[in-house]
Structures are given as C-alpha cells and as structure tokens.
Design a protein around this ligand. Structure first.
Ligand SMILES: [Zn+2]
Length: 589
C-alpha cells in the first residue's frame, strides 16, 4: 500500500492544471481554465479546472475530481498506477515501489522507442503496398479509419526491419519481440506479409503488434510475444480510440479480434475493444467496469467461444457491483462481429447489443445446470436428489465470487429454487457468509441533528477541512454517511493527516472508502457553486449555534421530566438551574 501521507504530499506538489494540460489543451478564463470536455462530445467548452481548488469539473456531463481522479478517468489507470504516473511526473519516488519495478521502468523507455519506429515503418509500407491496400478496401475500411488505428503492413521480407534498424543485431529488437533469433543465431522479422495492428498502452505508447495474414494462411493472427512492455492479460486493443465512445454510451463492447474493433468502428460502432489473447482476465474486467456501467462480452457461438464466455463470466463476478451490468453476447450464425455488421448493417448490430444479450446472472444459471466445460445437453437431472446436489456443487465456487450483495441474493434465489432448497439452506450449502444486515434492523435512534444540517456542516468542512476542529462531535452520530464522514475528516485533521487546503486532498483522503461517492457529489456541487466565503462561514457558525441550542434544550428537557417525576437530585437541580441560565443568556444574544 501507498501511505496516505505520500498521496497528500504528492497532491500538494502537483498542479492539476499541468496534469490535465498534458492531455487536454486548456484556456484561461477568469480564475479557472476551460476546455472542451474530454469525457463527452461537445462544441463549446464546459470543462473547467480550478487551480485554487485543485479540482476539475464538467458542467456538461458532471465528470469531476482531483488530479489523480483525472488520470484514472482519462487513462483508465488504476489508483496505484495513477499515483506512480503522477509521482514520476514531479520526480517523486513512490515509497511502496520495489526496486524491481524501478529498473523495469528504466528499461522500458528505449523499447517503446523501437516499437514506435517499427510502427512508423509498417505504416509507411502500407502506403506503398497495393496488395495490402486492396485487402483493407475489400474489408470495407477507409483510409481514415486505417489512419485512426495506425494500421500498417509488414512487407514480405525476412529482414524488412533492417532498413529502420541498421543495427539489426541489437538484442533489444529480440527483447521487444520484433525480431526472432533461431537456434543457429540467424535473425529475421517476426511479422512478414501481414496487416499490422499496433497495440497501445493507456499512455498511447506502442507496446506490441497484432499481425493478420492477408487472405489465407496460418496463423490467422500473430501477436507480439510477452515482453517487458507487453503483458497480454493486462492490455486491451483499441481502448485509446474507444475511450470517448465508451464514455458517451456508458457501455463497452469487448470482442475477440482486432479486425472486429476496426470493422465495427468503420461502421460507426466505436465503443469497442478487443481482449488480447483468449483469456479475459479479471484485470480487464475490473478496468472496463471502471470506465462504463455496462460491459458486453461478445463471443463466437462455438465451443471455443463458449469456453471464453465462461471465463469472462468467472473473471467478472468479483468485480461486479450492484448497478453495474455485464452481459454476454453470443454472435448469431457463424459470423464474427466484423462479418456480421458488414452483412447486416449497424442497426442490426446495435439491436443485438440492446436486446440480444444474456445477462451475466442468467448465463451463470445456465452454466451451473451442467458440468463445467460440457455442452448444454449434458444438463443435470434436477428431478433427482443427485442432480440437485451436483447443481449446488457447480454453483458454490461461482456464487462465492459474486461481490454485489443484491445480485448475489437474486442469483442464490434462482439456484435455491432449482435445487429445491430455501434461500438460507442454499446460502449455507454454498458456504456463503450472510450479507451485512441493512439499517432496517438497527434500533431506531432519536436524531437531534437533521441530515440537511449535517450536509451543511460537511460542505463547510470540505471547503476548509480545519473547520472540523470546531464540530460538536459527541452530538454527531455516525449512523448517517454525512455524520460518519464528518468524524473521518475531524479525525484526520486531529492526526495531521489532512492539511488545511484544497478539496483535491480531501477527495483523495476518501478514495476507496465507503463515503467516496458522497464526498464526490458534494465536492462537485461546491465546485459549481462559487459561493461567498464569508457567507459560508456565517452559515457554518449558525448551524453550530443551532446544534448547541438543540443540545441544551435536550438536556433541559431530560432534567425537567425527572423533576416532574420527583427524581431530581440536588446536583441535577443545580445543573438544571445552570442550563436554564445559559439558555436565557443565549436567547438574549
Ligand atoms: Zn463532460
């Protein structure tokens, strides 16, 4: 883990304007900077970056956050990767990073240079190869789309790359997978006579290639091997080109081939990426669910496609949250998505995505009715006790992976009814821990503070975290998210973990916590509302005053009722007198 203090120090060091400017050209307008939003399509700028708050906000689509949040949202980086990226940009060392990662990073730089040079070479070769151009035209691709994906052509030549790499014996060429060395020490180009699809990482570096044969030949697709740059399970083809469409549609379609990505984009379906290699890993599922609320995995309808679909399901279960959706789309006929859309058109493909998919939960139920890896006609005989027991055995490991509580309950319900068990029995037999009980069963609490008041306090504290020191914490219970968040901030201020300062710091303090959503919403509201500072202080102080009065009134009421019951002690009588005097004093103010 990265220490919180480091994140705070890092955010204090970087300027969000510099960070965003690396990706989006910003224009100064008043105190803030403006740009056309990188997260939705627009003609007039509604994306605003505040240097004083260290916060960005889009008035169009509502995107907002700190410098770290921007990197994560824009590049799809994970939190740790974003921290590393940001730290690197200001020359800070992330304390957690091991030495191995450091040397790996240092090693990567020259390799990406080589890959870029190769990509340019392949691109130039495409321009002078009528055969390759004809092939792409035959697949319905225009020059525009080819350029957008940086498509190229590897010539039919054993040492074609020698013309860009005069030092063809450079070991780095083998290391990055461009050149192969055989047992006799002879070297030759890995990719020959193939259409080349450069694979980029989140920062836009070329880290590998996919090569497709022109016409017939084996293998149909040839990928770069695993290299220090290219870890197949982690990368997705086409993500940088698809980013905007994914954001606009809140959906990402995952296909199996490069050609599918490019072919679908050609016909206007742009929110598409391809998994590299056959396995859709958990890492990919997690990354995709971070960028869109719906992920559609698209597979051929054959046994390989079925196995891939099953793996995608298994790997997605633990990253599902309630409100997120993963669907499986099994292509009709024997067509891959590229062939399908060229034959049937965009509307037909859109229709498949809208209404021809199977929800992950339904797919799971289908899978547990038969042994893993078997076809659907091998279903268990649920009329027998043995068949029902087999069903539970199949379901157990899958159900245990479902992270979303509401979804899990629903799926268990279906499994339970198939197995003729009660919900509780099914949960017990599958070894599921009971889900956290909702608030409903908690004893009702007399709330003296209203949520709206807590919100007011929280807003004021978010703007100036140091105000948390003035909060009457013993009056604020942690039942509500607002109350709990106030305690967290006060505690952080108390321990010096949160300096008086910008909202970006507060947001990062809450990242990954239960209150992340609430804090995000409130800070976004604050970013829009550039309220008067002094007025805000008045509102804050006024709310504190009301709380003090309410607390006083509560204590007086309690003592008064004891007095009426005749159980008031002498000490309490003195208290009551004092409190009444205090109340009178307040009223007089
Ligand atoms: Zn926007």
């Amino acid at each position: 883990m990265i220490p919180e203090s480091f994140i705070q120090e890092l955010l204090a060091r970087v300027d969000i304007v510099d960070v965003i400017e690396r990706y989006v050209p910003l224009k100064k307008g008043g105190a803030n900077y403006q740009a056309c939003c990188p997260f939705h399509t627009e003609k007039t700028p509604s994306f605003s970056v505040s240097p004083s708050k260290q916060f960005y906000h889009c008035f169009g689509c509502g995107a907002h956050g700190s410098a770290l949040g921007f990197l994560m949202q824009y590049s799809g980086l994970g939190f740790i990767e974003a921290v590393e990226d940001l730290a690197h940009s200001v020359g800070m060392q992330v304390p957690r990073v091991s030495e191995r990662t450091q040397t790996e990073r240092a090693k990567k730089a020259p390799l990406t240079e080589l890959m870029l040079r190769a990509a340019r070479f392949y691109k130039d070769q495409l321009k002078v190869s009528p055969k390759a151009i004809d092939y792409l035209k035959g697949r319905g691709l225009t020059g525009e789309v080819a350029a957008r994906f940086g498509l190229g052509y590897a010539p039919d030549d054993w040492q074609g790359l020698q013309s860009v790499f005069p030092d063809y014996n450079d070991p780095a060429l083998v290391e990055c997978g461009l050149v192969i060395e055989n047992d006799q020490g002879r070297r030759y180009d890995r990719f020959r006579d193939r259409i080349m699809f450069p694979i980029q990482d989140q920062r836009g570096n070329v880290i590998g290639f996919g090569g497709r044969v022109i016409g017939q030949g084996e293998p149909k697709y040839l990928n770069s091997p695993e290299t220090p740059l290219f870890e197949k399970g982690r990368e997705l083809y086409g993500l940088s080109q698809a980013r905007r469409a994914i954001h606009d549609s809140d959906t990402v379609i995952v296909v199996e081939g490069y050609m599918d990505v490019v072919g679908l984009a050609q016909l206007g379906v742009e929110n598409v990426v391809a998994s590299l290699g056959t396995a859709t890993t958990g890492h990919n599922a997690q990354r995709l669910l971070r960028q869109a609320n719906r992920v559609v995995f698209c597979f051929d309808r054959d046994s390989a496609g079925d196995r891939a679909a099953r793996r995608a399901m298994e790997n997605s279960l633990e990253f599902l949250e309630d409100g997120k959706r993963v669907d499986i789309l099994q292509m009709p006929g024997n067509q891959d998505p590229d062939e399908y859309i060229r034959e049937q058109g965009k509307a037909a493909f859109d229709n498949l995505v809208t209404s021809g998919t199977t929800p992950l939960s339904e797919f799971l139920i289908r899978e547990v009715r038969k042994p893993a890896g078997e076809s659907l006609d091998k279903q268990f005989n649920l009329a027998t006790a043995e068949g029902r027991a087999q069903l539970i055995r199949e379901a157990k490991p899958l159900l245990q992976r479902i992270a979303a509580p509401v979804l899990r309950t629903q799926v268990v319900k279906v499994v339970a009814s198939l197995a003729e068990l009660s919900q509780a029995e099914a949960e017990a037999q599958c070894g599921l821990k009971p889900l956290a009980r909702g608030r409903a069963s908690a004893p009702p609490q007399r709330r003296t503070i209203q949520i709206s008041q807590l919100k007011t306090l929280l807003r004021a504290v978010l703007r100036r975290p140091e105000r948390a020191a003035r909060l009457p914490l013993d009056q604020i219970d942690t039942e509500s998210a607002e109350g709990a968040a106030l305690h967290v901030i006060a505690n952080a201020i108390d321990h010096g973990e949160l300096a008086a300062g910008n909202m970006g710091l507060v947001i990062e303090h809450f990242r990954g916590s239960a209150h992340e959503g609430l804090i995000g919403t409130l800070t976004a509201e604050l970013a829009i509302d550039d309220g008067d500072e002094s007025e805000e202080e008045i509102v804050f102080e006024d709310t504190l005053e009301r709380l003090r009065n309410a607390e006083l009134a509560g204590r007086i009421n309690a003592l008064n009722s004891r007095a009426r019951a005749g159980t008031l002690t002498a000490a309490e009588q003195a208290d009551l007198t004092g409190l009444l005097a205090a109340k009178a004093g307040r009223m007089a103010k």
